[in-house]
Design a protein around this ligand. Structure first.
Ligand code: PGA
Length: 255
């Protein structure tokens, strides 16, 4: 299975999200979903309308964050029950911007992964080292700590995906990881998951994110340990995203 998705971050109004989804659905409708898991993670406010405008069988939807509690005195938070109501399938947890702009910890990620699993969502857990950590040569240790902390007490990993998103590679100032580097880190992630869960751990889909663009997508996807791409800026135009998806599928099919 090929996983291709985009996080819309704090971009696109409800109307813009609907236009984007309808266009993406129309452009990709001939692509067999047996082999492609296509997903979009829009703003909270767009979720309900988004779910109504395109079929789930074509595009899965996710939320960018979630509180671990079902209800309570948590002003500004959105609960699993509220998200269930909108029909989303995926919960993105621990994105670099959540960790580094809003101070979320590995402990928060753990509570959220556990809540996502309890409520039957797919948890897309994002991890990645900072530039300083990379330069200090401790990336593998950091990835291992982030994974082990976020997965503490988690037994059921059937609906777990991992997004490897090095902090230094994300966003307008990001420098994309080379395909070889990304693959090496995916191999590290796979081995940590195997150490935690045995054979089951090796089946968890691993997605790369961080300045994926039309030029590097195909090189990334052919790497042995990369199962999908999680894209920001380069996927926010439906035609551009469709182009990347088709290039990736074409490249995979000639491998
Ligand atoms: P980018 O974002 O592709 O714009 O670097 C990736 C992400 O934050 O997931």
């Amino acid at each position: 299975m090929l996983y291709m998705g985009t996080n819309l971050k704090m971009y696109k109004t409800i109307a813009q999200t609907i236009r984007f989804l309808e266009e993406l659905h129309a452009l990709t409708s001939d692509i067999d979903r047996e082999n492609l898991k296509l997903f979009v993670i829009p703003s909270y406010t767009s979720l309900e309308s988004a779910r109504k405008c395109v079929p789930e069988s074509s595009i899965s939807l996710g939320a960018q964050n979630m509180c671990w509690e079902s209800e309570g005195q948590f002003t500004g938070e959105i609960s699993p029950l509220m998200l269930k109501e909108t029909g989303v399938e995926i919960i993105e947890i621990g994105h670099s911007e959540r960790r580094h702009v809003f101070g979320e910890s590995d402990k928060d990620a753990n509570r959220k992964v556990r809540a996502a699993m309890e409520h039957g969502f797919t948890a897309l857990l994002c991890i990645g080292e900072t530039k300083e950590q990379k330069e200090s040569g401790i990336s593998d240790e950091i990835l291992s700590i982030q994974l082990k902390s976020a997965l503490l007490g988690v037994q059921d990993i059937e609906k777990l995906w991992i997004g490897y998103e090095p902090v230094w590679a994300i966003g307008v100032n990001g420098i994309p990881a080379s395909a070889a580097y990304a693959d090496e880190k995916h191999a590290v992630i796979k081995s940590v998951l195997e150490s935690l869960y045995g054979e089951r751990g090796t089946k968890v889909p691993l997605l790369y994110g961080g300045s994926v663009n039309p030029r590097n997508a195909t090189e990334l996807i052919v790497q042995a340990h990369i199962d999908g791409l999680f894209i920001g800026r380069s996927a926010w135009d439906a035609k551009a995203f469709n182009g990347i998806i088709r290039d990736v599928i074409k490249t995979q099919s000639v491998q």
